[in-house]
Design a protein around this ligand. Structure first.
Ligand SMILES: Cc1cc2nc3c(=O)[nH]c(=O)nc-3n(C[C@H](O)[C@H](O)[C@H](O)COP(=O)(O)O)c2cc1C
Length: 326
């Protein structure tokens, strides 16, 4: 068996984070065009995959250009994780990630996601199973500091996950109870980095290339993942690579071009209506803060055809469009 090339870790090799509802094939390809060195799928339920639930299969759509790709799994039962891993390995997927940080109710009520921080032995067993099936170092763990405020569970867990064969750790340094409130605690990243020999990736409040560069300098982590930052500006990946290399950051792409390119990728990789609905959720994120954003958001809600979307792009986003002042 030929081994896949190693994953890119390093300050100038930013990853696209797993983003349920967003990090689909089209968006991953777009982010790669803008410099993402690696990308994660949306979280995939191990049980859903094993039971063939209809929502699961589209999450695994990929193409040869979509590489390296990390499939993120969530679950709390070793048997389902193992079966899901066998299925994915049979299909040629090579890199995996275990979700131990999602605080969303429908995930934690099954004992998965951030609930694993309350069940460290289960988390370690799942990580061991992932490494046993995929091979040591082929699976990462993405987590938060702890469930509640207090001592950071992740610091005690890190050496255990390392022994379990985990290949890297991604930390969003908030507690699960915090959700997205407050601020990401960068000191937690530095502490995790000191507590493990594994590569550590930072996630959390990295909205721009400059945020990521500051986080890297402050914490000493090995690399970053862009999440919400990529949803507003996919060029953050390339801009960070420029900053790290000491080059002036490349200019942001023009919004009309960005929306058209995303639409073309969505049309290529999603069924027509779904692609259009996806654009209706993504465009408002791209135009945040843009002079015509409010009007455009309102009009997008009733956008039912690609011609209509193109008209909106022309009217509101082309360089000649008149700002409407909101
Ligand atoms: C819409 C959305 C979907 C997300 N989906 C996932 C997911 O599927 N798996 C996961 O581990 N984290 C998920 N996250 C968390 C992000 O990967 C990231 O860790 C978090 O947003 C913090 O980074 P940011 O503040 O730079 O956005 C999601 C976040 C958002 C906003």
């Amino acid at each position: 068996m030929t081994l896949p090339p190693p994953l890119p870790f390093g300050p100038g090799h930013p990853w696209l984070a797993p983003l349920a509802g967003f990090s689909d094939l089209a968006f991953r390809l777009l982010c790669r065009e803008h410099g993402a060195a690696c990308a994660c799928t949306e979280m995939v339920s191990a049980k859903g995959l094993v039971y063939g639930s209809p929502g699961t299969e589209p999450l695994l759509a990929t193409t040869p250009d979509d590489s390296p790709l990390v499939v993120q799994l969530f679950g709390s039962e070793t048997s389902f994780l193992e079966e899901a891993m066998r299925m994915l390995l049979d299909r040629g997927f090579t890199w995996f990630d275990l979700n131990a940080g999602c605080p969303v109710k429908k995930v934690v009520k099954t004992g998965s996601g951030a609930a694993l921080l309350l069940a460290p032995d289960t988390l370690v067993r799942l990580a061991e199973a992932m490494a046993r099936l995929a091979g040591e170092g082929r699976g990462g763990g993405k987590t938060r500091l702890s469930w509640h405020a207090g001592p950071a569970t992740v610091l005690d867990l890190a050496p255990r996950l390392e022994s379990a064969g985990v290949g890297w750790l991604t930390l969003h340094p908030r507690t699960a109870a915090q959700g997205f409130s407050g601020r990401a605690d960068r000191s937690g990243l530095a502490r995790l980095k000191a507590a493990t020999r594994l590569p550590v990736l930072a996630s959390g409040d990295l909205f721009t290339a400059e945020d990521a560069a500051a986080c890297l300098a402050e914490t000493g982590v090995d690399g970053v993942m862009f999440a919400r930052g990529a949803l507003t500006d996919p060029s953050a990946f390339g801009r960070l690579a420029d900053l790290v290399a000491g080059r002036p950051p490349r200019p942001r792409p023009d919004l009309a071009g960005l929306v058209r390119r995303h639409a073309a990728l969505a049309r290529e990789h999603l069924p027509g209506r779904e692609a259009l609905l996806k654009m209706r959720t993504i465009v408002p994120r791209y135009v945040k803060g843009h002079p015509g954003a409010r009007t455009l958001r309102k009009e997008l809600a009733s956008c039912m055809t690609w011609e209509h979307l193109e008209r909106l792009v022309n009217e509101h986003l082309s360089p000649a469009a008149q700002p409407d002042g909101d």
